[in-house]
Design a protein around this ligand. Structure first.
Ligand SMILES: *[C@@H]1O[C@H](CO)[C@@H](O)[C@H](O)[C@H]1NC(C)=O
Ligand SMILES: *[C@@H]1O[C@H](CO)[C@@H](O)[C@H](O)[C@H]1NC(C)=O
Ligand SMILES: *[C@@H]1O[C@H](CO)[C@@H](O)[C@H](O)[C@H]1NC(C)=O
Length: 271
């Protein structure tokens, strides 16, 4: 048996339409309760799986040991652990129906029976991001959190020189790279530019996750809510207030998921 304690909430505890996102009313329901911190949420529209990384909070708080984390797939309400690697982040290539899992020992793809198959690299990859409308794939490497564009065919990688580091990252369809570095700021490196632009008005050390919605909008989850980061405006647009600290966010059409300590919530629009 797994030495793992989780409680499944089978009947969704949906509240009424009191949550406002982007001027629209939403319901919020808890879809998973699990021991640890679920983060790096990614939705796969083909399989309807929600992928996430589960961080062990005891090792996160203990400075003397390396933080333990595992990659999971949430399928029909049940969390499935990918147990043949130390998974740290996932990305979905929707067009080609490929699920990538980054681990402390390179890049993997998930096969049909939920096993990770190593496809290249030996690096400790902590973040991975796949824009949907290009063949590019971006990776953030331990220990300095530098950002690389991967060339999977030749197993090569090219450093993005103008980004010092990234703890969260998203790349829009136009190749603009949104990131947060050392909890200091949220910036965008516009395609073809040398210098990043900093977003204003966000509290320091508040950015927690960033994701693309289905309209090619970059949505930041921060300690006080959700913001739309536009490439042509330094002032983010606030779309939602949150009364808990988010850890991950992923979109599925008009629906979206937000994780926090021991929980994943789903938000659905009311009509
Ligand atoms: C619906 O909203 C009202 C007013 O905010 C609240 O009192 C009530 O408990 C809510 N119902 C549920 C099921 O959450
Ligand atoms: C939408 O949410 C607001 C704020 O919580 C609430 O006052 C309003 O009744 C909601 N509207 C509907 C149609 O549920
Ligand atoms: C997935 O990979 C595992 C481990 O290599 C293998 O045993 C299994 O047969 C593979 N499943 C499929 C459907 O290819």
């Amino acid at each position: 048996m797994w030495p793992l304690i989780f409680i499944l909430i089978t009947s969704a505890l949906a509240d009424n339409c009191s949550h406002i996102f982007n001027d629209r009313n939403y319901t919020k329901s808890a879809i998973l309760t699990i021991k640890g911190l679920p983060t790096n949420l990614v939705y796969n529209p083909k399989s309807k799986d929600l992928l996430f990384t589960l961080i062990d909070l005891e090792t996160l708080q203990n400075q003397e040991v390396q933080t333990k984390m595992d990659q999971y797939v949430l399928r029909y309400g049940e969390p499935i652990k990918i147990d043949n690697i130390n998974g740290q982040s996932a990305a979905v290539d929707v067009k080609n129906n490929i699920v990538y899992i980054a681990s402390d020992n390179g890049l993997n793809i998930l096969n049909k029976t939920d096993r990770a198959i190593h496809i290249g690299y030996k690096d400790d990859i902590v973040q991975i991001f796949k824009p949907q409308n290009s063949d590019d794939i971006y990776a953030v490497l331990f220990p300095d959190n530098e950002v690389y564009k991967l060339d999977l065919i030749n197993e090569e990688k090219e450093r993005i020189e103008n980004i010092p580091c990234a703890f969260i990252i998203a790349v829009d369809d136009n190749g603009n790279i949104f990131y947060e570095c050392e909890a200091k700021y949220v910036k965008v490196l516009l395609k073809g530019f040398q210098e990043s632009i900093e977003f204003v008005g966000l509290p320091k050390n508040s950015a927690r996750a960033v994701s693309m919605d289905d309209n090619n909008r970059v949505i930041l989850a921060s300690n006080d809510g959700l913001y739309w980061l536009k490439p042509d405006n330094m002032i983010p647009k606030k779309l939602m207030d949150l009364d808990y600290v988010p850890a991950g966010i992923a979109f599925n059409g008009d629906n979206f998921y937000i994780s926090t300590t021991e929980m994943i919530y789903e938000y659905n629009p009311c009509i």
